[in-house]
Unconditional design. Structure first.
Length: 95
């Protein structure tokens, strides 16, 4: 599921999410973790609401996708729920 992401760059030039646009709402986020791949960058962030999102940046297409979501208290701190193509939540998966 594509998502609009406002970014800044870290000292190495890597993109870091700062805000997500979810519908009409602009959500401030803090980066919890990130792990680069050859052609993708995954970033786990936490919103001020406590919700956690795992975002995937496709470097080739230069677009962000919402890869997983967990509401505050929804799952353990180290778990997220994958987001299906239809925008729903799938089964739990360890991240």
């Amino acid at each position: 599921m594509d998502v609009d992401v406002e970014v800044s760059r870290d000292e190495t030039g890597e993109l870091l999410p700062r805000r997500l646009r979810l519908g009409e709402e602009l959500v401030e986020v803090e980066v919890l973790d990130r792990w680069p791949g050859e052609d993708h960058l995954y970033v786990k962030v936490r919103a001020s609401s406590g919700a956690r999102y795992t975002l995937r940046f496709d470097r080739g297409q230069e677009r962000w996708e919402l890869h997983a979501y967990a509401a505050d208290g929804d799952v353990a701190e180290d778990e997220t729920l994958p987001v299906t193509r239809a925008g729903g939540r799938g089964r739990r998966s360890r991240r």
